[in-house]
Design a binder for this molecule. Structure first.
Ligand SMILES: [Zn+2]
Length: 219
């Protein structure tokens, strides 16, 4: 069993949450193209997550793939395949987080608002506190926004058991997408490991999501 870089970064996260600065922001000089620690991180684009800081990543350590939600979308899979097969990474970390905007809407609601449904426009404006301006037209793409499954809640709502459940479901969904992808090996000599986490934006701490685990139903 080799040493897991993910465990090393989890130790860094504890130090970060206690107020320590681990990430060095200075340019490190010439480096190899392959991530030095062989890690790929998929994380939400949320402005409150500084992935380098919260893991204590140094420049050159890891690939960082970010999008709304930290969703393992087709494009994230594309990046992970390139990251592993061409650039030699072998540990994947998925990071969702508390108070995520993806808890505050549904795909149907956002599409309806963009297409010009007045009720949807009003709900989206209420949820975000921003005047929602419909584009009054349909569009073929994106095919999905990947909002998290479950009843919507106010934007930036504090952590509770229900929204943590929704977050952990989506982390598991992402892990499943990776673990079952035919082009991402998870056994044999070229295996990749995948671990999923929820980051608490109020405390700075990462919490691991067990896998497999419940995908549940909204009670
Ligand atoms: Zn988010």
């Amino acid at each position: 069993m080799t040493t897991s870089m993910t465990d090393h970064y989890l130790e860094n996260n504890k130090r970060y949450a206690d107020g320590e600065a681990i990430h060095t922001s200075a340019h490190p000089g010439k480096q190899a193209i392959q991530p030095a620690r062989r890690v790929a991180v998929v994380a939400c684009m949320d402005a409150r997550l500084d992935v380098e800081d919260l893991l204590g990543l140094q420049t050159g350590d890891a690939h960082i793939i970010r999008n709304a939600g930290g969703v393992v979308s087709e494009d994230a899979i594309r990046s992970l395949i390139i990251s592993h097969h061409l650039l030699n990474t072998n540990e994947i970390m998925l990071i969702h987080h508390t108070r995520c905007g993806m808890l505050a809407f549904t795909d149907d609601l956002l599409k309806a608002g963009l297409e010009g449904d007045p009720a949807a426009e009003k709900l989206l404006a209420q949820a975000t506190g921003r005047a929602f301006t419909s584009c009054q037209t349909s569009a073929a793409s994106p095919s999905a926004f990947h909002a998290f499954r479950g009843p919507i809640e106010p934007l930036d709502a504090p952590r509770d058991a229900k929204n943590m459940e929704r977050l952990t479901w989506d982390v598991r969904r992402g892990m499943s997408a990776i673990l079952n992808h035919p082009w991402i090996p998870t056994s044999g000599t070229d295996a990749v490991t995948v671990r999923g986490f929820v980051y608490d934006v109020d405390t700075g701490k990462l919490e691991e999501v067990n896998y497999p685990g419940p995908m549940g139903s909204i009670g």
